[in-house]
Each structure stands twice: as C-alpha cells, then as structure tokens.
Design a protein around this ligand. Structure first.
Ligand SMILES: O=P(O)(O)O[C@@H]1C[C@H](O)[C@@H](CO)O1
Ligand code: URA
Length: 334
C-alpha cells in the first residue's frame, strides 16, 4: 500500500489498514521506532524480566504463573483508564452497550489486590488509576506488562479524565496534544537512582486528530486539541487560591495561567506527561481525553452539581465509544 502519511481526516475508512501497513507513522508521530514484536504485541525492553520464573503484577493481583494471561487478555485491543472506579465501571457498561456485548456482571479483575478496579468487556479493558502520576504510572506499567505477556496485538490506550479548563466553557473536552510538567517542560521527569530521567511527553498526533474529527460531530459540547499541564498537586501545583496553603497573589495566579494559555495549554490535570511518555516508550498509541469542570481563569472551586459532573464525565466516554465502534465498523463493515 502506498504510504500517504499526511492524510488524517477525509479517509477515515482505511485508517486501520494504513496503520498496520505504514511503518513510518509511529516514527513520524514520535521520533522513535515502536518497540513491537512482528505480531504487533508489545516488546518489553527490560532484559531482567527474562530471569523471572514468574512475574507478579502485584497491584493488579495477577501473575504469569497462576493465570493464563494470553487466554484472559490476548484479545484486548483497547484499554481505557481513568481516575475513579465508578467512572471506569460506567465506561465498561457503556462500551458493552455500544458494542452490543453482554457485560457478564463486570467482575473486578484486580479484586485480589484491592488497589484499583479493572473490567473487561470483549476486547476492551477498563481500569481505574487513582489520582496523580505515581498512582497512574504503577497501574499503567503493570497494564503494559499484562498486555505484553498476553500478546495483545497493537493495543491502543486512552485516558478518560477530568480537568480544569483554560479559557474554555466548563463541560468542554480537551484532547491533549502534549503534556507539560510543573516546570513547563514537555517531559515526564522522574528521579531514577539520584538522577532525573526526562522522557518526552508528546501524544500521538494522528490519534489526536482522528478523535478530534469524531468529536467535532458532537454538537452538545465543544472539543479542543491542546496542551495539558500535568500538575503534581491539585492546589498550589495548579495555581489555586483555595488550598490550605498559598503565598502568592491572585494576580500571580492569573499571570501564570496566561503564560500557560500562551504556550497552547488548554487544560490542567495530573497525569498527562507520564501517560504520554510511558505509552510512547512502550510503543502504545495513546490519547488523553478530559472534560473540563471549571474555567480556571474565572474560579478555582469545582461547583457544578453531582448530576452535571456525572453527565460531563460521560463526554470523553462518548468520543472514545464512537472511535471504538468506528474501528469495528470499518474493520468488519458492520
Ligand atoms: O481521571 P481524573 O478525573 O482522576 O483526573 C483528574 C486529575 C486527578 O487525578 C484528579 C484530581 O481531581 O482528576
Ligand atoms: O481543576 C481540576 C479539575 C479536575 N482535575 C484537576 O486536576 N484539576
């Protein structure tokens, strides 16, 4: 198939075929080669793992000896993660309806660990990750190992989250094009043995554009593509004035937020950098799709009612649900 990497929007029908066949897409989007096996399963680049007789995925409550991971998870094509157990169960129920798959009561597959929640509906895995980068990366790294051991083929992973918006109407959705850390760098910086390891935090451009295209059909709310500040804190880390500590002024806050706007940042949450960085390192295509709960240029507190918040949290689910059903429609011509 001829390579035509610059198309995105008009030819949605052959996207999957194109991804499978065009080896330059990943490199174009990420600047590195995807570490994948020839069958599309993830290749773990850690030679120490081969010395383990069994690998215990401690926080998932699963391991490679007592569970047949290829039989349990080998068919996974899409993984969706998000902060809360409730949201991820709702997503599992929603996607079961969209794909017309019985949901078998949705047992929590991580119940032996009591840490996160994970549900499986056909080829879709839905897992909660808690708040912030450390909690999310533990879940994500164990899911990456799980997908690799299961030999899942070319999986795609989404985060469906909530955030504070910058200059956009609350209830709008942002699909992150890059993650910015608290020092305004496009990287996930993690101390490893006394030194900072920096990993770029740029999202897959093509997936971002496809999701934006799909979201543009939705008329009840607006969706934007833009940068996302991944703060290490909900309060001072996000320039809020309503935390228990604060030694800056409202004008400091507003000038910081306008610096962010000038850098193309559309929203603030607490995971985007690490999510972009680790999925890119793993060769996993990913997108971070978050609804905004508040316009941070106007207020700090999250004040909408519970029912409004729950309705807004369904918006990223709608976009991802449409993407997934489009994937199966185009593949199986449903
Ligand atoms: O996926 P969620 O809604 O948990 O993402 C954001 C970022 C933090 O984890 C949390 C803070 O309220 O919400
Ligand atoms: O303002 C917000 C709202 C949700 N989540 C965040 O991290 N920040």
């Amino acid at each position: 198939m001829a390579c035509d990497c610059d198309y995105i929007l008009p030819r949605m029908d052959d996207w999957e075929e194109h991804y499978q066949n065009c080896s330059t897409i990943w490199i174009k989007d990420h600047g590195i080669e995807a570490p994948k096996n020839s069958d599309g399963s993830l290749q773990l680049r850690n030679r120490h793992l081969s010395t383990l007789q069994r690998d215990v995925l401690y926080h998932l409550g699963l391991d490679t000896e007592n569970y047949d991971l290829p039989a349990m998870f080998g068919d996974v094509k899409f993984v969706c993660i998000g902060g809360t157990k409730h949201r991820m169960k709702e997503f599992a129920k929603y996607i079961a309806k969209v794909l017309n798959i019985p949901d078998d009561g949705l047992p929590n597959l991580t119940k032996r660990s009591h840490r996160y929640a994970m549900y499986k509906v056909g080829p879709i895995l839905s897992a909660s990750h808690g708040i912030g980068i450390p909690s999310m990366t533990v879940l994500l790294q164990e899911v990456i190992k799980l997908l690799s051991y299961a030999k899942a083929k070319d999986p795609i992973i989404f985060r469906i989250g909530t955030s504070g918006g910058l200059n956009i109407l609350p209830g709008s959705v942002v699909i992150s094009s890059f993650g910015l850390n608290g020092t305004l760098k496009k990287s996930y910086d993690i101390p490893v043995m006394g030194k900072i390891m920096e990993i770029p935090s740029i999202f897959d451009k093509r997936l971002n554009q496809e999701l934006l295209y799909i979201a543009s059909e939705e008329k009840r709310f607006s969706t934007f593509s833009g940068g996302t500040l991944a703060a290490d804190d909900f309060y001072q880390g996000q320039a809020r004035l309503d935390g228990p500590f604060c030694n800056y002024t409202e004008s400091d806050k507003l000038s910081f937020l306008s610096v962010l706007v000038g850098l193309g940042v559309k929203n603030i949450e607490m995971e985007a950098t690490a999510f972009a960085a680790l999925t890119r390192e793993a060769g996993l295509r990913s997108a971070d799709v978050c609804v905004t709960l508040v316009n941070r240029l106007e207020q700090d507190q999250v004040t909408p009612s519970k029912s409004v918040l729950l309705e807004w949290q369904q918006r990223p689910m709608l976009i991802i649900g449409k993407y997934i059903s489009k994937y199966y429609e185009t593949r199986y011509k449903l």
